[in-house]
Design a protein around this ligand. Structure first.
Ligand code: PLP
Length: 364
């Protein structure tokens, strides 16, 4: 026991908050999936994000973050971390000049979502990794939307985080997260004297780790199907004259970038966003889609059923309205997490009938 506490030996399962065999087994699998040296599983995606940032930043340090990130991450960066002296500058990551201008000698982290929530902007990971290297910062990438599709560590990132609540678990019955990085980074998170994970204690319940590991074995099949169904929906919505955000569509501003960065065979991901103009129309369409069993009006994603929500009034509501407007997140935006439907023609038949019923997009 003394040797474990003095870091002289590793791998002893001394106490479950430090490590336990089930969590370690899931972490080892995730490290292989993301081509990382090491990984740690956590109680939520937010725990993975917050402990990683606290490991990298101290009072006085700065973070440069993409401006379209999950609302909870935005609130962490904009509201909570400043209480501990860590300041974030939000920029449009598609504008490399703005990224470089935001970097200072205090920048410790460049933070992005590989495919952003909910506007599906694709980060240029090799380019951001280059800027991070130049200024001695770490590139932290949230890969929640694109497991298997993108491998940020291979593209130059230093740390990858996931909300496993989403695609990785895939059954919307638990909350969990993970961090994948170097041996040193994961060891630092777990340092018994100053590791944020060790000391804040967001340990994943090991029964959950066991069930996530079982679900992980089908992730490669699920991602292919999510992507196939999402591309189908995005194409049909586009043909119907709707404003559609999906990196698999050739008009998407980062379609070529995504095609260059992605691993072959998994498609462009399971998330599609459409803009139906205003909040009332979005709400009516979502209610009708739920009534007609297209899926559920719900804020999560990565489930086998289709889920939909209006980000402006749910998962992105932490971002101030004027910021949302600046980044192009309209009041009528609906984010779909497209499910594993066997017959998308039938699903589209139901959705297109509802679009006609509500006169979308004909009313505009
Ligand atoms: N990252 C992204 C992209 C998300 O969409 C979410 C949650 O919606 C999170 C992180 C946070 O994950 P969790 O809810 O597991 O804490």
């Amino acid at each position: 026991m003394e040797e474990v506490f003095e870091h002289e030996i590793e791998g002893c399962f001394l106490y479950s908050r430090h490590w336990n065999p089930t969590n370690k087994s899931l972490a080892a699998t995730l490290a292989r999936m993301e081509a990382g040296e090491s990984a740690q599983v956590m109680a939520s995606g937010m725990a993975a994000i917050s402990t990683s940032l606290l490991q990298l930043c101290s009072a006085g340090d700065e973070i440069v973050s993409g401006r379209t990130v999950y609302g909870g991450t935005y609130a962490l960066l904009a509201n909570l971390l400043p209480r501990f002296g860590i300041r974030t500058r939000f920029v449009d990551l598609g504008d490399m000049r703005a990224v470089r201008a935001a970097v200072t000698d205090k920048t410790r982290v460049i933070y992005c979502e590989s495919v952003s929530n909910p506007l599906l902007e694709v980060a240029d990971i090799p380019m951001l990794a280059g800027v991070a290297r130049e200024c001695g910062a770490a590139l932290v990438v949230d890969n929640t939307f694109s497991p298997l599709i993108l491998s940020p560590l291979r593209l130059g990132a230093d740390v990858v985080v996931h909300s496993m609540t989403k695609f990785i678990n895939g059954t919307s019955d638990c909350v969990a997260g993970c961090v994948i990085s170097s041996h040193d980074f994961i060891a630092g998170l777990n340092d018994i004297n100053n590791g944020p994970s060790m000391l804040l204690g967001p340990v994943l319940d090991s029964h959950r780790a066991a069930s996530i590991l079982k679900n992980l074995h089908s992730l490669h099949v699920r991602m292919v199907r999510h992507s196939m169904n999402a591309l189908f929906l995005a194409t049909r919505c586009q043909d119907a004259g709707l404003t559609v955000y999906y990196p698999g569509l050739t008009h998407h501003p980062q379609h070529d970038l995504m095609s260059r960065q992605m691993n072959p065979g998994f498609g462009y991901g399971g998330i599609v966003a459409i803009d139906v103009g205003d909040k009332a129309t979005a709400d009516r369409l979502m209610m009708r889609m739920q009534e007609e069993r297209v899926g559920y009006l719900a804020v999560s994603l990565g489930y086998f059923k289709t889920l939909f929500s209006a980000p402006g009034h749910s998962t992105s509501s932490e971002i101030p309205a004027e910021e949302r407007q600046k980044m192009g997140m309209g009041e009528g935006l609906i984010r779909f997490s497209v499910g594993l439907d066997n017959d998308m023609e039938r699903t589209w038949g139901t959705i297109s009938a509802l679009l006609r019923e509500l006169e979308i997009p004909g009313r505009s």
